[in-house]
Design a protein around this ligand. Structure first.
Ligand SMILES: [Zn+2]
Length: 303
């Protein structure tokens, strides 16, 4: 990886990943990440589970990232799958206003449609209203089934609620959806899943065809088969395929920063002037170390 190329992964579920991943990501040039709140692979049954999860995203996980020199942000929201449990969804909606204004929260997300049910529609709309109230960008998860219709419907509903497209990041795009998303003025994010859906080469082809404006690359790495180095690998491949470095910089760094910095919670100096790594630090008396020698950067050794 080109040492000078700084990268942001604006969609990655680090709660499901290891410290090895953090180390490899930092080495590959990732300076900042955004962790959307999502579902856990099986449904939660209590509102307290959401509360603890949100606290985890703004607390321990942010600390854990800092121990490897990566700046951690998150988006907070009720995901589409769990919106289908209406009594629980009601309770989560009451919880959200307390969390969306916390430090490091750069958007409402990931929200949108899964099966495109009436309940999903209801809580998507309620969260769009919340985003307007607190002036936060919205991170939209588009459905994996019936994607094209679901993507268009997501944008229609955003417009019905009077959202500015510039405040909405439409995620999990593919070649079928990208044109309408860009044409309508939204940010178009792409998830690079290993060996399926959007592959690296297809991503590079999209950037060649549409240019770098408003296109964002992410990994969406989580507890499933996924790759926390998808952004650095795609950046490398795009350079190898002759895409100008300036364009790679836009789709793997600058556009995500521009979109999410509209929250007022994310700025370049957060990582340019970050405090040096000191793994002697603790969070609520917990450390990431298990008896190893702590890494302690001095002020002048930050790459
Ligand atoms: Zn996700």
């Amino acid at each position: 990886m080109d040492k000078k190329l700084k990268l942001i992964d604006p969609h990655i579920h680090m709660t499901s990943r290891t410290t090895d991943d953090y180390e490899r990501m930092a080495k590959a040039g990732i300076v900042a990440i955004i962790e959307p709140s999502f579902w856990m692979g099986q449904p939660r049954t209590e509102v307290g589970s959401f509360k603890d999860y949100y606290n985890h995203l703004i607390g321990w996980e942010r600390f854990r990232a800092s121990q490897f020199g990566i700046k951690h942000y998150c988006t907070i929201g009720l995901n589409s799958k769990e919106a289908n449990n209406e009594p629980l969804a009601e309770a989560v909606m009451e919880l959200l206003p307390k969390y969306v204004c916390k430090e490091g929260v750069v958007g409402i997300g990931e929200i949108g449609y899964d099966d495109q049910t009436a309940a999903e529609d209801k809580y998507f709309r309620m969260q769009l209203e919340l985003s307007k109230l607190v002036t936060l960008p919205v991170q939209v998860h588009t459905p994996h089934r019936d994607k094209k219709a679901g993507t268009i419907r997501s944008m229609d509903v955003c417009e019905e609620h009077g959202l500015e497209p510039s405040m909405v990041i439409i995620d999990h795009n593919n070649e079928e959806t990208v044109e309408s998303v860009l044409d309508r003025g939204y940010w178009a994010a792409f998830t690079i899943y290993p060996r399926t859906k959007m592959g690296n080469e297809r991503m590079a082809a999209v950037v060649k065809k549409y240019g770098p404006e408003r296109i964002i690359v992410d990994s969406s790495a989580d507890w499933g088969v996924s790759d926390p180095l998808a952004v650095p690998k795609t950046a490398r491949l795009m350079l190898d395929m002759g895409i100008p470095e300036e364009h790679v910089h836009m789709v793997c760094y600058q556009n995500a920063l521009a979109a999410y910095s509209q929250s007022g919670q994310m700025k370049e100096s957060d990582w340019e002037d970050r405090i040096p790594i000191d793994q002697r630090r603790q969070f609520n008396e917990n450390s990431v170390l298990r008896g190893q020698d702590p890494l302690v950067e001095s002020d002048n050794i930050i790459s």
